[in-house]
Write a protein that binds this ligand. Structure first.
Ligand code: SAH
Length: 382
């Protein structure tokens, strides 16, 4: 059943919840109670709303006011990274009948090389903002899927809440780097980030929430105008305006120069360092000329560069070797540029950057079962 016409309590900000409860003829303070139940206590059932009277709970149940995702599968990588596949109750009419929204999230535990204490270990969740993507970047597998729509706020948040419940552990960081272009779903993504950051929710620090864009320039300006407190990352991937067009269609609409101007404005006005992601693709963007152009870009703006090895084998491209990666990274560092090797956790479960969707198409068969951790099929690899 689609929830478009019903209220989904978990889709609303605290202010919108207040309005919704007043409309239901209920007191305003119910909103805060509901907000805390959903986003702080991570209630997964309206029966857990113990402050509510039974008739109110029944009324909310009748309209399915707490829609949830169904986690159909998870696969565990040898290094602890785990990929989860979700199916949404939102149904989208398509040419060949109703289509299900299926998307993925990836749990990434950072290496604890420095011997950080348990509390300091970074536990990052990489979440999706759309089912499919319209961007069509040449290196990314998500672009090969049909686009089935923008995720609603609750579909974004429930990836996080559900994984925390399944694993019985808290996350420390959220990155919008799963399927989709977050800035093509700006309102729902920002609303989800605001709820994550809310003191009555998970209260995740804004600097622990990163939104990554392929370069939707007008949305970057909007983000700056609104002084959004979240980290911004830009998938740069090529330092040459024409070559970037070949890799990323979005450059045909918003040029690299316009993107640079937006990045410079971000760092000047918000006084923050912009993150550039740079996929390393041998034969495409790793030559001496590319390196020099990238250095030129990094000198124009306060930034850090995350180097990501190519994960897919589309077009017969290959991943860089460790030596090629470190040579490039060192050359940037010698110029005083902050450059990190982001590795590729989750490769063996198709959970690494750009690989989401590789198995989804083949495997996803709609199921009606409600999530029950004992029923999720879990594959371990390595
Ligand atoms: N649309 C957004 C977020 C999703 S992609 C964006 O473009 O930023 C998340 C990151 O994965 C991006 O930095 C993208 O460049 C990277 N990525 C995509 N495909 C990849 C691949 N095959 N190998 C390595 N990184 C990839």
């Amino acid at each position: 059943m689609s929830n478009d016409s019903n209220i989904a309590l978990n889709d609303l900000t605290l202010e919108d919840l207040e309005k919704a409860f007043l409309d239901l003829g209920e007191k305003r303070f119910r909103a805060k109670q509901a907000f805390r139940r959903i986003h702080h206590h991570l209630a997964r059932n309206l029966d857990d709303f113990t402050e509510f009277s039974l008739p109110l709970r029944e009324k909310l149940k009748e309209t399915n006011a707490l829609p949830l995702l169904n986690c159909t599968e998870s696969s565990l990588s040898s290094n602890g990274t785990e990929k989860y596949i979700f199916e949404s109750p939102e149904e989208v009419p398509g040419r060949d009948g109703i289509r299900k929204r299926i998307f993925e999230a990836v749990w990434i535990v950072s290496d604890n090389q420095s011997g950080a204490s348990e509390e300091k270990i970074r536990k990052t969740l990489c979440i999706s903002s759309q089912a499919g993507c319209t961007l069509n970047c040449t290196f990314c597998a998500t672009g090969t899927l049909p686009f089935i729509g923008n995720l609603r706020t609750y579909e974004i948040l429930d990836q996080i809440y559900q994984i925390m419940a399944l694993r019985a552990e808290r996350i420390t960081n959220v990155v919008f780097m799963g399927m989709g272009e977050p800035f093509h779903n700006y309102d729902n993504v920002i609303r989800a980030a605001r709820i994550l950051n809310h003191p009555d929710g998970l209260h995740l620090a804004a600097r622990h929430i990163t939104i990554s864009t392929a370069g939707v320039v007008p949305a970057i300006h909007r983000f700056i105008d609104e002084k959004q407190p979240f980290n911004l990352a830009i998938s740069l991937n090529h330092p040459d305006p024409e070559k970037r067009k070949e890799l990323m269609d979005v450059t045909k609409k918003h040029s690299l120069e316009e993107l640079m101007e937006a990045a410079i404005r971000y760092s000047r006005e918000l006084k923050r360092r912009i993150t550039f992601e740079y996929i390393m693709i041998p034969g495409q963007n790793m030559s001496e000329k590319d390196l020099q152009k990238l250095i030129g870009i990094a000198r124009r703006v306060r930034c850090k560069i995350n180097l990501i090895p190519l994960n897919t084998t589309l077009h017969g491209w290959r991943a860089p070797t460790a030596t090629e990666m470190s040579r490039f990274q060192n050359a940037l560092r010698q110029q005083g540029i902050l450059a990190f090797n982001r590795g590729s956790p989750g490769k063996d479960v198709d959970g690494a950057c750009g690989m989401l969707a590789l198995k989804t198409m083949a495997q996803a068969k709609p199921s009606t079962a409600k999530t029950d951790s004992s029923k999720i099929s879990r594959t371990s690899i390595g």
